[in-house]
Write a protein that binds this ligand. Structure first.
Ligand code: SF4
Length: 388
């Protein structure tokens, strides 16, 4: 910035704070790329920044609280300073759904940006030196009853094939050999027009109801498999990862692809959330424990060395001891190498918040967390893979 009085060109700075998942981190890398195109430099001190980007997460209450605390500090700091000296503060991520309340509480906020609105016209400033993280879809149509994502990040939207391939090719020419594809439900890429109901029913083919006329059937090679093949065909690409996958979009063609395409990483992250059919139903996950285990069996039949990791929620909506034991049983059979175990916390606005009392005491949730964490994560430290 040119100072009229001193004649000195002053540097302008940007500060980025990212909470939550890898998708947020990828979006922040893109935002950093945009700021750098504008000639700004990064800073670790938000007090010094001319532009601030806060990328929020609402998956757990604790993440909401951390972002609010940062905004409180900023508001207090800038409150006594002339408005002309306030930085531009942009908030993005899951908390954008509280837009009106946030704008009222924090006048410092200049703009609240919807998820996926970050400018794609500029190259991302990648933080990871090995893997290029590439967002291929936004939002989610799955409406698991505990999850805030479909409300916070909106309906599912897939990026165009050519657009993704342009970014992959750019990453390759920047020297990246490992590509990690990101999406809330990454393996449903290109399928947002095929109803989630149909996809979940297809996955449970043994239990189809007689009347399916309301659903549009899906035929042909799953678009996500086409994308994986296109990326694999680039000789420079040596490894492809994708997260997060969901069981109901693991079509037979995708199972085959994972089994045979050795550019795909041998670690697969596949959230199960619970081993109890009644809990899975309350969660609206659209599969049973048996469906999930059958999928693992099919994957391992093609490659016995495949390592599977998962996400599990304990204490969801009145989870009984018997229901928890069903998860313990599934864990014994599934042989996960790692699990992100979470104690259920109510997220306002979700179906679960409206219809299921959060009746499991904290101590019980904690105990269940410890049991699974010990079984999966602590007893198997030596074989745990590097998780992105
Ligand atoms: S698939 Fe379920 S848990 Fe995952 S983002 Fe969508 S609604 Fe949330």
């Amino acid at each position: 910035m040119f100072n009229l009085f001193s004649g000195i060109i002053q540097a302008m700075y940007y500060y980025i704070k990212t909470y939550g998942c890898q998708a947020n981190k990828a979006e922040s890398e893109r935002q950093a790329g945009y700021f750098e195109q504008l000639g700004l430099r990064p800073t670790d001190d938000w007090r010094q920044a001319n532009k601030i980007f806060i990328n929020t997460c609402s998956v757990r209450k604790a993440a909401d609280d951390r972002a609010l605390s940062l905004l409180d500090q900023m508001q207090a700091y800038f409150h006594d300073r002339p408005r002309a000296h306030w930085p531009e503060v942009i908030l993005s991520g899951c908390m954008n759904r509280y837009r009106d309340r946030l704008q009222k509480r924090f006048p410092i906020l200049t703009h609240i940006q919807g998820v996926g609105e970050t400018n794609f016209a500029y190259p991302a400033k990648r933080q990871d030196k090995t893997q290029a993280f590439i967002q291929i879809s936004y939002g989610c149509n799955s409406f698991c009853t505990y999850c805030v994502v479909p409300y916070a990040r909106g309906r599912e939207h897939s990026r165009e094939f050519d657009d993704i391939m342009r970014e992959v090719t750019q990453a390759v020419s920047d020297g990246y050999h490992e590509i990690t594809l990101l999406g809330q439900n990454v393996n449903s890429w290109g399928l947002e027009d095929v109803t989630i109901g149909q996809r979940k029913l297809d996955f449970q083919a043994d239990h189809l109801p007689s009347n399916r006329s309301g659903y549009r059937p899906y035929t042909g090679l799953p678009p996500f498999v086409e994308l994986l093949r296109a990326i694999s065909s680039l000789p420079e690409v040596t490894k492809i990862r994708f997260l997060t996958s969901n069981p109901w979009d693991f079509y037979p063609e995708l199972i085959e692809e994972v089994g045979h395409n050795r550019k795909i990483d041998r670690y697969l992250h596949l959230p199960v959330q619970s081993g109890s059919d009644t809990v899975l139903r309350r969660m609206n996950r659209g599969y049973t424990a048996a469906n999930y285990l059958k999928l693992l069996e099919q994957l391992r039949a093609l490659d016995p060395d495949l390592q599977i990791g998962t996400d599990i929620i304990v204490g969801f909506a009145g989870e009984t001891e018997q229901e928890f034991q069903a998860t313990v049983d599934l864990v014994k059979k599934a042989q996960f190498v790692v699990a992100f175990v979470a104690m259920y916390s109510v997220r306002p606005g979700t179906v679960a918040a409206k219809i299921y009392p959060d009746s499991v005491p904290y101590q019980v949730k904690k105990q269940r967390f410890e049991i699974l964490d010990q079984m999966i994560n602590k007893d198997q430290l030596s074989i745990r893979p590097k998780i992105v």
